[in-house]
Design a protein around this ligand. Structure first.
Ligand code: ATP
Length: 248
């Protein structure tokens, strides 16, 4: 297969607000792809449209060659999704939530091993509600990996994690990538993007303002650090707009 994720001319609006405007994405097997942009740029909307959980207009959207709306059940055996907040029963424990989630899939992976890798094995019998924000975040990444997926979508992967936990998550994901996992992530942390992403797309008000590698993003900007280049891409248009209005 040439592309694990293919998106052509994706448009999504909420009433008069155009949240995603002509988005094109191509993710090859084993690649880590990062969708970046400020709050409200359209990242979560784009992910939901790609996964088919939100309706959109597009020329084509496919994951592993399948249409996410038409081939939902088959597709979700092979696709992991990390939710920002999962729905779970009040008193459910970590092991119970892992069991319930795993039971949704034909093939599963060893969640005990994942809990160990992600450093929350001591919480096995704790209610999910009693986990700290960072521990819960790690649990949601684990849940996304339980089906032993070929591709995983991670929305704001390490938000709320401490420095060591972030590094640990990066290491685990790099290991999974080495085994062939394709990863689609969103992140607000440029160090994370530099550590993980082979290709990035920067959105601004739903439009793509940069698409390419981290190095290309830096090279095409006046800066030599990704964070500065990223801010330049996301702020430049506003400067132009201001110039235009000043000259008007
Ligand atoms: N259900 C909705 N109805 C109306 N507008 C929405 C809805 N969901 C999102 N929006 C708007 O669409 C735009 C894109 O939102 P989206 O959540 O996709 O951004 P994001 O890039 O994921 O932001 P963040 O980094 O804050 O998570 C925003 O202006 C948001 O207010």
């Amino acid at each position: 297969m040439e592309e694990v994720i293919k998106v052509e001319q994706l448009f999504k609006s909420y009433g008069r607000l155009v949240a995603v405007n002509n988005l094109n994405i191509s993710v090859k097997p084993g690649m880590v792809f990062g969708l970046l942009g400020a709050n409200g740029a359209g990242k979560s909307t784009a992910i939901e449209c790609i996964l088919g959980t939100k309706r959109s207009d597009s020329k084509e959207i496919s994951i592993l060659g399948m249409n996410p709306q038409r081939e939902r059940k088959k597709l979700f055996e092979k696709v992991g999704v990390q939710f920002q907040e999962a729905n779970y029963q009040d008193k459910i424990t970590v092991s119970e939530l892992c069991e319930v989630t795993q039971s949704l899939y034909k093939e599963g992976t060893n969640y005990i091993e994942l809990l160990k890798q992600f450093g929350i094995i001591d919480k096995l019998n704790s209610p999910v509600q009693e986990l700290s924000g960072g521990q819960r975040q790690r649990l949601f990444v684990i849940l996304a990996l339980l089906s032993n997926p070929e591709v995983v979508f991670l929305d704001e992967l390490t938000t709320g994690l401490d420095t060591k936990a972030r590094r640990d998550v990066w290491k685990i994901l790099s290991g999974l990538k080495a085994k062939g996992l394709t990863i689609f992530l969103t992140s607000h942390y440029m160090d994370e993007v530099e550590a993980l992403c082979d290709c990035i797309c920067i959105l601004k008000h739903g439009r793509t303002v940069f698409y390419g590698t981290v190095q290309e993003a830096i090279n095409s900007s006046p800066y030599d650090k990704l964070e500065d280049a990223y801010l330049w891409y996301t702020e430049e248009e506003e400067k132009d707009d201001e110039d235009l209005s000043n000259n008007a």
